[in-house]
Design a protein around this ligand. Structure first.
Ligand code: ADP
Ligand code: MG
Length: 379
C-alpha cells in the first residue's frame, strides 16, 4: 500500500495544456475515482502517475518518494486499460504471469501468484484458455489478474469497464469494490461514468479541462457541489438549471426573477449585486408536481414532452418555456422531474412543478456555488 501525491503537476502536449497545476493527495489504501468528460485529462493524469508520460513541471510522489524521473517499472504500480491489452497467442495463465516473467521471477513464484489471482478473480477454470475463448468480462478479469500478480503498491485503472455491456459493468463494479476490500491496495480509477464514480469511490476527483474542480466523498459532492460543473456532472438524471437575474439585494437576503416564475428569495447569500446573472439549480428528485391553485413561490407551469416509466420511478421531461432552463439530459428549455413512483401522467399533460427553496442551489456569474452548505446524509 502506498500513498500517491501530485504536486502542482503541469502537462503540455504540443500546444495543448492538458493538466493545469494539479494538486492531489491519495491516501494509502484509498479507492479514488477520477471522473470527468472525455478529453479532460484523465488518462494523462493516470499515465503521469504511472510514468508513461513526462510532465513539464511539478512532482509525482509515491509513498513519500519523488518518482517524477523514475521509470514506470520502478514505481511499484500496475495499470489496467480499457482495451484489456491481452496477448492473443498466450493462455490466460501466461497472460497473468507475463509481468513476473519479464521481471525474471522464479517459476514457482509466478505459478503461485497466478494461482492466487485466479482464485480471487474466479478464473481457475479458464487458465489454459486463450483470450478469444473468453467473454468480455472474463478478459477484463484476466487484465486485472495480470496487475494483481505483480503485487503492486498502487493499481491504476483507465476506464476498464467501458467496453462491457451494462449488466456486466454493474457486476464488475461490485467485483472491483470487493477486490479493493480484499486487497486493501491503493487504487486510482478513471472513468467518464459518474455512476461508477458515485458507487465505487472512497473519494471522487472531478476533473474538467485539465483542472481539479473538486475532491470529496460521493455524497459530499452530491450534496455540496462547489460549482455548476460538478453539480451538473454528478447525478442521474442530471440537475436542472434555471437562468435568473438578481432583483434586489438586502441584508442577508436576495431576490431573483426568472421568466415565468414568481420572485424567489434566497437567504445567506453574499457577493451579488442587483442585475447579476445567476443560475438556480434543482435536482430532478426535488421537483414535485403541485396543484396550480396552491402553487408556492418556486413553481412554474410546464407541458409533458416525454415520460419514462422505469418501474420504481417515473421520469418526466417537461417543456417549461418561457423559463430559461437547461438540463444536459433533456436539452435547453426542458426540465427533468423524477417521481419515486409509477405515474399515470401522459405526454401532452399540462402541470405545475414546484420545489422547496431549501433544496435549490444558487450559482454565481462565475459558476461558483453560493448557497450555504447542505447536510450530507450519514452513511
Ligand atoms: N499525445 C498527445 N498529443 C497531443 N494531445 C494529446 C495527446 N494525448 C492527449 N492529448 C490531448 O489532451 C487532452 C486530454 O487527453 P486525455 O488525458 O486522453 O483525456 P481523457 O482521458 O480525459 O479523455 C485531450 O484534449 C487530448 O486530445
Ligand atoms: Mg482517457
Amino acid at each position: 500500500m502506498s500513498s500517491v501525491e501530485l504536486r502542482k503537476v503541469d502537462k503540455h502536449y504540443a500546444g495543448y495544456h492538458a493538466l493545469k497545476a494539479v494538486d492531489l493527495r491519495i491516501e494509502k489504501g484509498e479507492f479514488v475515482v477520477m471522473v470527468g468528460p472525455s478529453g479532460c485529462g484523465k488518462s494523462t493524469l493516470l499515465k503521469t502517475i504511472a510514468g508513461l508520460e513526462t510532465i513539464n513541471s511539478g512532482q509525482v510522489v509515491i509513498n513519500g518518494r519523488d518518482v517524477t524521473r523514475e521509470e514506470p517499472g520502478d514505481r511499484g504500480i500496475a495499470m489496467v486499460f480499457q482495451s484489456y491489452a491481452l496477448y492473443p497467442h498466450m493462455t490466460v495463465a501466461e497472460n497473468m504471469g507475463f509481468g513476473l516473467r519479464m521481471a525474471k521471477r522464479p517459476k514457482a513464484e509466478i505459478d503461485a501468484a497466478v494461482k492466487r489471482a485466479a482464485q480471487i478473480l474466479r478464473l481457475e477454470e479458464q487458465l489454459d484458455k486463450r483470450p478469444k475463448q473468453l467473454s468480455g468480462g472474463q478478459r477484463q478479469r484476466v487484465a486485472i489478474g495480470r496487475a494483481i500478480t505483480r503485487s503492486p503498491e498502487v493499481f491504476l485503472f483507465d476506464e476498464p469497464l467501458s467496453n462491457l455491456d451494462a449488466a456486466l459493468r454493474t457486476q464488475m463494479r461490485v467485483e472491483l469494490s470487493s477486490l479493493h476490500a480484499q486487497l486493501g491496495s491503493t487504487m486510482v480509477y478513471v472513468t467518464h461514468d459518474q455512476i461508477e464514480a458515485m458507487t465505487m469511490a472512497d473519494r471522487i476527483v472531478v476533473l474538467n479541462k485539465g483542472r481539479v474542480e473538486q475532491v470529496g466523498s460521493p455524497l459530499e459532492l452530491y450534496a455540496n457541489p462547489a460549482n455548476i460543473f460538478v453539480a451538473g456532472f454528478l447525478g442521474a438524471p442530471r440537475m436542472n438549471f434555471i437562468e435568473a437575474r438578481v432583483e434586489t439585494v438586502g441584508a442577508g437576503e436576495i431576490t431573483l426573477t426568472a421568466a415565468g416564475m414568481p420572485a424567489l428569495a434566497f437567504g445567506g447569500i453574499d457577493g451579488l449585486s442587483a442585475g447579476d446573472a445567476v443560475t438556480v439549480g434543482i435536482r430532478p428528485e426535488n421537483l414535485h408536481l403541485v396543484e396550480a391553485a396552491n402553487a408556492r413561490q418556486a413553481s412554474f407551469p410546464g407541458q409533458v414532452r416525454l415520460v419514462e416509466h422505469l418501474g420504481r420511478e417515473t421520469v418526466l421531461y417537461l417543456d417549461a418555456s418561457p423559463l430559461q432552463a437547461t438540463n444536459s439530459d433533456s436539452g435547453t428549455g426542458n426540465f427533468t422531474v423524477q417521481l419515486n413512483k409509477v405515474s399515470p401522467i401522459s405526454v401532452g399533460a399540462q402541470l405545475t412543478a414546484g420545489f422547496d427553496l431549501a433544496d435549490a442551489y444558487l450559482f454565481g456569474p462565475d459558476g461558483r456555488t453560493l448557497t450555504p452548505r447542505k447536510p450530507v446524509p450519514a452513511t
